[in-house]
Write a protein that binds this ligand. Structure first.
Ligand SMILES: NC(=O)c1ccc[n+]([C@@H]2O[C@H](COP(=O)([O-])OP(=O)(O)OC[C@H]3O[C@@H](n4cnc5c(N)ncnc54)[C@H](OP(=O)(O)O)[C@@H]3O)[C@@H](O)[C@H]2O)c1
Length: 333
C-alpha cells in the first residue's frame, strides 16, 4: 500500500483487518495481482484516498459472499477487474472485497495467471474492437469475419489481447512491432501478418497484405502513427486510440480521412459505458471458456512473477517497459 504518491519507494507492506463483504459483495483471497501501466501512473499521480492498495487486476479464490450474491460461491476461482478504480482497495493484498459485478468465474483449466492478466488489457482490447461504424458491438466467433484489424504494438499487453480476441472473432490480423523478438511474440499471439514499423515501408507492407486497408486500427501510439494510420485505414474504418505513447498531440490529414468517412474513437477502459463494459466482461469470459485467450511466451505474452514484498520491483518492471505481463504472487493457490 501507499499513503503518499511518488516512485515505487512509497510502496510498503502493512497489516490490516480482513474486510467483511456487505450485500452484493464478494470477498476474494487474492492469489495473483496483475500490474498494468495505469497502476504505476496512479501511484505517481494525486493521492485518491489516505491509503491506497495498488493494482486493478487480479485473480484468486472466493472466500466469502455477502447477502444477495448469486453468481459465485466460496471456493470458486475468479478474475477481478478495476478493483482500484475509484476505490482505495486494489488487488496487491491478501483479501479484497468487491461488488459481485467485478468478480468473474474462471473455468477449470484457465490459470490464475491468465485470470490476473485479463482485466485492463482484454477489456480495453474488446472496446477497441467493438467501436466500428456498423458494429459488431459484441465479440464471438464469426463477429469479425471478413474484417481486417491492425494492432499497433502487437507485443504489448493490450496489443496481445487485441490480437487474440480479433483472431477468435474471425478477423484477419496485422500487427506492427519494433523488432524481431516482438515480431515472434505477435505471431505467437496469432497475428497473420507482422510488420516492423521502424524499418522499410510499413504502409506498403500493410497494404501488401491488406489491400483494402484496415477496418479497425487498435492504436497505442496515435501521434507517431498518425500518417501511417491515415494511409492504411479502410473507408468507414475506425482508429481506436487507447493510449498516448509517443506523444499527446495528434496532427491528422483531415481531407483524406473525411473523404473515407474514417472514425477516430478514444477509449478509456474505466469510463466505457456500463452496458458496453458488461458486454466486454461477458465476451472475455466466453473467450476464456473457449480457450481463445492465453498467456505465456507461447501465447506472445511472457510472464514475470514477483512476490508481494517486491511489488515495488513489479511496478518498476512495468514502468520500464518490460515485454510481457508482470504478476505479483500474493499467496499460494
Ligand atoms: N485507455 C485505456 O483504457 C488503457 C488501457 C490499458 C492500457 N492503456 C495504456 O496503453 C499503453 C500500453 O499499455 P500496455 O499494458 O499494453 O503496455 P505494454 O505492454 O508496455 O505495451 C506497449 C506497447 O506499445 C508499443 N508501441 C510504442 N510505440 C509504438 C509505436 N509508435 N507503434 C507501435 N507500437 C508502439 C510498444 O512496442 P515497441 O516498444 O516495440 O514500440 C509496446 O509493445 C500504456 O500507456 C497504458 O497506460 C490505456
Amino acid at each position: 500500500m501507499y499513503s503518499e504518491t511518488g516512485d515505487s519507494g512509497v510502496l510498503r507492506v502493512a497489516e490490516r483487518p480482513v474486510p467483511e463483504p456487505g450485500p452484493g459483495e464478494v470477498r476474494v483471497r487474492v492469489v495473483r495481482s496483475g500490474v498494468n501501466p495505469t497502476d504505476w501512473k496512479a501511484r505517481r499521480g494525486t493521492l485518491s484516498h489516505p491509503e491506497v492498495v495498488p493494482d486493478q487486476d487480479g485473480a484468486g479464490i472466493v472466500d466469502a459472499a455477502g447477502p444477495g450474491v448469486t453468481g459465485v460461491s466460496p471456493g470458486d476461482r475468479v478474475w477481478l477487474w478495476e478493483a482500484a478504480w475509484g476505490r482505495p482497495d486494489g488487488t496487491a493484498q491478501e483479501y479484497v472485497v468487491l461488488p459481485e459485478r467485478q468478480v468473474v468465474p474462471l473455468p477449470d483449466g484457465a490459470s490464475l495467471d491468465l485470470g490476473a492478466s485479463l482485466g485492463i488489457p482484454a477489456l480495453t482490447a474488446h472496446r477497441c474492437l467493438t467501436v466500428a461504424d456498423g458494429g459488431p458491438d459484441r465479440l464471438a466467433p464469426g463477429a469479425l469475419d471478413g474484417r481486417t484489424v491492425l494492432v499497433a504494438g502487437g507485443a504489448g499487453a493490450v496489443g496481445n489481447a487485441a490480437i487474440q480476441l480479433a483472431r477468435w472473432a474471425g478477423a484477419t490480423v496485422v500487427a506492427t512491432v519494433s523488432g524481431p523478438e516482438k515480431a515472434a511474440l505477435a505471431r505467437a499471439a496469432g497475428a497473420h501478418h507482422v510488420v516492423n514499423y521502424r524499418t522499410g515501408d510499413p504502409v506498403a507492407e500493410i497494404r501488401g497484405v491488406a489491400p483494402g486497408g484496415a477496418d479497425i486500427v487498435v492504436e497505442v501510439a496515435p501521434a507517431p502513427n498518425a500518417a501511417l494510420d491515415a494511409a492504411v485505414t479502410a473507408p468507414q474504418g475506425v482508429v481506436a486510440v487507447y493510449a498516448n505513447n509517443g506523444g499527446d498531440e495528434v496532427t491528422l490529414p483531415v481531407r483524406g480521412l473525411f473523404t473515407r468517412n474514417v472514425r477516430y474513437q478514444f477509449v478509456l477502459v474505466y469510463t466505457v459505458p456500463e452496458a458496453a463494459k458488461d458486454a466486454a466482461v461477458a465476451d472475455v469470459r466466453a473467450a476464456v471458456e473457449a480457450g481463445a485467450l492465453r498467456v505465456g511466451e507461447e501465447a506472445g505474452l511472457p510472464l514475470h512473477h514477483y512476490p508481494l514484498e517486491r511489488t515495488a520491483d513489479a511496478h518498476d518492471a512495468v514502468e520500464s517497459g518490460v515485454v510481457g505481463k508482470v504478476l505479483v504472487d500474493v499467496a499460494p493457490e
